[in-house]
Write a protein that binds this ligand. Structure first.
Ligand SMILES: NC(=O)c1ccc[n+]([C@@H]2O[C@H](COP(=O)([O-])OP(=O)(O)OC[C@H]3O[C@@H](n4cnc5c(N)ncnc54)[C@H](OP(=O)(O)O)[C@@H]3O)[C@@H](O)[C@H]2O)c1
Length: 272
């Protein structure tokens, strides 16, 4: 699995989607990896997440290494006003690629979940994505070419006991991506649904899940960027591919049962 983009790929990404890309969730994990790869391709970056220090470090690293420009906009994107502030900060920049990657998961029995935490997740995983996509679509329609990468998951394709609401947020993202990919094709806006399997990042700790088999962010970043403009979905990384292809002929009700076993294992520590 290549962990860096070829020169041809870098040129393609910069020509189609540059000069600026907006990446949320850029302080960690998959978003950070996508930002690093886009910087290596020569795109200028608007970087967003809550942790300003992490964003500033990344910004200074990629500026020095790749001679690009960056803009850091730190804040909690589950708050609509922060999304609005992020949008305002992009005015005057020719953004051609939107990567709303910020997101988190929850796990455990729904009946024991904290409603405020679930609403917060819905706002970040769905509402912030909706607001950003809705802002950029008319702007992108005026460009020669542009792109949107939406972060789905393999949990998007069936109900997932013990992570029911997180899986539902990803089903929302997957459905939005599929519909938009078709609607926006005529406007030369490439919409890609990225469908990772388990990835070792900050995700599992926040979701209180233990992953036994996973890919690294570096395994999934390059495949996602290579797929942009070449199809409407990608399952990046070997673990995700293995899970998706081994379940492809299984009926949806049976996938729910399999996910129940998988998630039961990933949350066993919660039951002491
Ligand atoms: N890891 C996996 O197994 C996996 C699999 C499939 C899909 N995904 C999806 O991939 C995306 C990235 O996840 P990851 O694995 O890279 O996890 P991660 O390492 O935890 O990164 C999540 C990012 O989102 C940011 N974030 C979290 N809450 C935020 C908030 N309220 N406002 C603004 N930014 C916020 C975090 O930064 P701050 O903490 O600095 O705010 C961080 O940059 C998510 O949408 C996730 O659902 C992950």
């Amino acid at each position: 699995m290549a962990k860096s983009l070829s020169t041809t790929e870098k040129t393609r990404l910069k020509n189609h989607y540059g000069p600026w890309a907006l990446v949320t969730g850029a302080s960690s994990g998959i978003g950070r990896e996508l930002a690093v790869q886009l910087a290596a391709a020569g795109l200028n970056l608007v970087l967003s997440a809550r942790r300003q220090d992490e964003l500033e470090h990344l910004a200074s690293d990629v500026e020095k290494k790749h001679g690009i420009q960056t803009k850091v906009v730190a804040g909690d994107l589950s708050v609509p006003n922060t999304v609005q502030r992020l949008i305002s900060e992009t005015r005057g920049l020719d953004v051609g690629l939107l990567v709303p990657c910020a997101g988190f998961g929850t796990s455990g029995l729904f009946e024991k979940s904290n409603l405020e935490a679930e609403v917060n997740m819905l706002r970040l995983n769905c509402e912030a994505v909706l607001r950003l996509v809705h802002h950029f679509v008319p702007i992108f329609q005026k460009r020669k070419r542009s792109g949107i990468i939406l972060m789905s998951s393999i949990v998007a394709f069936q109900g997932v006991p013990r992570s029911a609401h997180y899986a539902a947020t990803k089903a929302w993202v997957q459905s939005l991506a599929e519909g938009l990919a078709d609607e926006l094709r005529a406007h030369r806006i490439d919409v890609l649904s990225a469908i990772p399997g388990p990835v070792e990042s900050g995700f599992s700790e926040r979701a209180n899940m233990k992953m036994s088999l996973s890919n690294s962010p570096a395994d999934v970043g390059v495949p996602i960027l290579r797929a942009l403009g070449r199809g409407s979905s990608v399952v990046p990384g070997g673990v995700g591919k293995l899970l998706v292809y081994s379940l492809r002929t299984v009926p949806r009700w049976a996938k729910v049962r399999i996910m129940k076993m998988v998630m039961g294992g990933m949350t066993a520590h919660q039951r002491g």
